[in-house]
Each structure stands twice: as C-alpha cells, then as structure tokens.
Write a protein that binds this ligand. Structure first.
Ligand code: HEC
Length: 131
C-alpha cells in the first residue's frame, strides 16, 4: 500500500466508525423518549388513582415523577438545532416547571386536580402536534 492509500483506508475507518455511531445514536434517542413516555403514561394511571382515593404523599410523588420525567425528556432536546427539537425542549421544560412548582406545594384533592389538569394539558397539546 502507498502512503496515500494507507491514509485513505484510515480515513475510511473513521468514517465507518462515525456512521456506526450515528446509526446507533438515533434509535437510542427514540427508544428513550418512548420509555419516558411509557413512564408518564404509568404515572397518569397513578394520578387517577390518587384522585379517586386522595392521599397527599402519593399526590406529591406523582407530581415529582412528572417533573423528573419531563426534565429527563427536556435534557434530550437541549442544545439541539431543529425547530421541532427546540419546541420539544421548550414544551418539556414548561411541563417540568408546572409539575415541579406544584410538587413543592401542599396538595389537597382540589389543588391536585388542578395541577394534574395543567400537566395533562401539556401532554395533549404536545401529542396533538408531534405524536
Ligand atoms: C413535549 C412533547 C410531549 C409531552 C409534553 C408529552 N408527550 Fe407523550 N409523546 C410525545 C411524542 C413525540 C410521542 C411519540 C414518541 C415515539 O413514538 O417515539 C409520545 C408518546 C407517548 C406515549 C406512547 C408511548 C409508546 O410506547 O408508544 C404515551 C403513553 C405518552 N406519550 C404519554 C404521555 C403523557 C401521559 C404525558 C403527560 C403527562 C405526555 N406523554 C407528555 C411527546 C410528548
């Protein structure tokens, strides 16, 4: 092999490694948004159970879990360029703020119902656009 052939084959190896990483990274992002969404779905089942049979501690846990899941989703879209990614970042960040603020206030059934409705409005609005 000539010197230029050698460096060409080295370059090829870098490109291949880059492509493999790109291909692996895309489904990883999609899979983890899906799993966060699965967690939000489960948490919504818990939220409905708390409304049916109110418990202040459980209400706080539900709100905290919404906040943590929204923050995790938000982090996935931070520092990304497309308009869609920026919008998802803003939406998850808003949802995290709503849930986080509510989780720090003492909950009774009425206030929890309101906080849950505010969170669910964010789910519906985002799904209407992107799901
Ligand atoms: C900022 C946007 C956004 C918000 C807020 C949001 N979602 Fe989603 N959700 C999505 C997108 C995008 C998908 C499709 C993901 C996919 O198929 O990869 C999705 C999918 C889902 C799914 C289906 C998951 C699956 O396995 O196919 C469920 C369940 C879900 N969301 C529940 C919720 C709940 C409950 C909330 C609110 C508590 C919520 N989501 C808030 C964007 C959002």
């Amino acid at each position: 092999m000539t010197k230029s052939q050698k460096s060409f084959s080295k370059l090829n190896r870098y490109i291949c490694a880059g492509l493999v990483l790109a291909v692996l990274a895309v489904p990883a992002v999609a899979a983890s948004l899906k799993s966060i969404m699965g967690s939000m779905g489960d948490n919504t089942t818990s939220a409905k159970a708390v409304l049916a049979n109110f418990d202040g501690k459980a209400a706080e846990q539900v709100l905290r879990r919404y906040a943590a899941d929204a923050e995790a989703a938000d982090a996935m879209f931070a520092n990304q360029g497309s308009a869609k990614e920026k919008d998802l970042h803003a939406r998850f960040s808003k949802m995290a703020m709503i849930a986080n603020t509510a989780s720090q206030q003492a909950q009774d059934k009425g206030s929890f119902r309101k906080a849950f409705a505010a969170v669910a409005t964010e789910c519906k609005s985002c799904h209407a656009t992107y799901k």
